[in-house]
Ligand binder design. Structure first.
Ligand SMILES: [Zn+2]
Ligand SMILES: [Zn+2]
Length: 341
């Protein structure tokens, strides 16, 4: 097998390794597609607590190539999407129904080798079967979609709400579709890039806003009789947009801080406004109980992600994929490890 290994920050080496052998309860997946995510970029730059040397890549799908002893649920040849997050089951949050907040969380592609490789060995219980007619690059998108499904669970939106989305990258465009499927009466999307604004419009945004040229708060005011939005979803992860999100919520508004902000970022919250308007501020971490729902939505055809894939690159091009992501020129970069260079 071949893998794109990060021996340490900002180094990527293509390494040849012995074929993987699955142990009890494990399968080996031939990786057909693995998305590049902001987390991979943070690992590569040494800004994320990964375990070096590591093969990154946690958004992947492929074909089961070998099953270890004791596997009844999967067969060789099955198409598979992998949920990368592995919880311990024994810590306090795990035992209180919050396994995704596990204090000993392991993740394929972060704390153990992941999908930037021709093959990956994973516990069978992390694998979801994928219908044979679903393109595997779409199945690989089940991971970010699942994170968004959990985000919508957390936002607690109701049919008829006005939803504001700040940022229309891959995540913003998935959350936009989910909010509309969930019954949003209107979705206002703020995004500086004209291409991404156009994509948001095509996916059903009722109003797109160029934050450099228009006042988002005035437009949200117009859409809500001067109240502010019922749901505000921040999908950028900057201090400024998180602050803006707080200010756009109306009476009973719920603010979902979905974008990953720098650890040192801080915003101002008015306790009086939170009291008087019953504002709820919430976060969303990973994808608990959502991978299967994400795949169901993808297979229904009601959630569209294939056109969000802007680049399909080989294993050798992992650093280029990360640079494309960081430059914000790409929407979704997919690594296809079976592509020969
Ligand atoms: Zn990710
Ligand atoms: Zn745990």
């Amino acid at each position: 097998m071949r893998a794109a290994l990060f021996p340490g920050p900002e180094v990527c080496e293509i390494v040849e390794r012995q074929p993987l052998v699955p142990a009890e309860g494990q399968v080996v997946v031939r990786v057909e597609a693995c998305g590049v995510c902001g987390t991979d970029a943070h690992i590569y730059r040494g800004q994320f607590p990964a375990r070096f040397p590591v093969v990154a890549g946690h958004e992947f799908a492929g074909v089961v190539e070998e099953t270890g002893p004791g596997i009844a649920s999967l067969r060789v040849g099955d198409h598979a999407a992998v949920d990368p997050n592995i919880h311990c089951g024994a810590c306090r949050p795990c035992r209180r129904g919050l396994p995704h907040l596990c204090r000993d969380l392991a993740a394929i592609g972060v704390t153990q080798d992941g999908g930037f490789a021709t093959h990956c060995r994973v516990p069978a219980r992390q694998v979801y079967k994928v219908p044979g007619d679903m393109p595997l690059a779409v199945a690989a998108m089940a991971e970010p979609v699942a994170c968004c499904v959990h985000g919508i669970d957390r936002a607690g939106d109701r049919a008829g709400d006005v939803v504001v989305l700040i940022g229309a990258g891959t995540i913003g465009l998935i959350l936009l579709q989910l909010a509309l499927l969930h019954g949003a009466a209107a979705a206002v999307v703020s995004e500086p890039s004209p291409e991404k604004r156009r994509a948001a419009e095509q996916l059903g945004a009722s109003r797109v806003v160029d934050p450099g040229a228009e006042s988002l708060s005035a437009i949200v005011g117009e859409a809500t009789e001067g109240s502010g939005a019922e749901i505000v979803i921040e999908c950028v992860g900057s201090q400024e947009t998180a602050q803006q999100a707080m200010e756009l919520a109306g009476e009973g508004g719920r603010v979902l801080l979905f974008g990953v902000a720098p650890q040192a970022a801080a915003i101002t919250v008015s306790p009086y406004e939170v009291y008087r308007k019953e504002i709820t501020v919430t976060g969303s971490f990973t994808n608990p109980f959502a991978h299967g729902r994400a795949l169901a939505l993808l297979s229904s055809g009601r959630l569209k992600v294939e056109h969000l894939i802007s680049h399909r690159l080989s294993l050798e091009e992992v650093p280029r994929g990360i640079e494309l992501l960081e430059s914000r020129r790409a929407t979704k970069v997919m690594i296809e490890p079976q592509q020969s260079q």
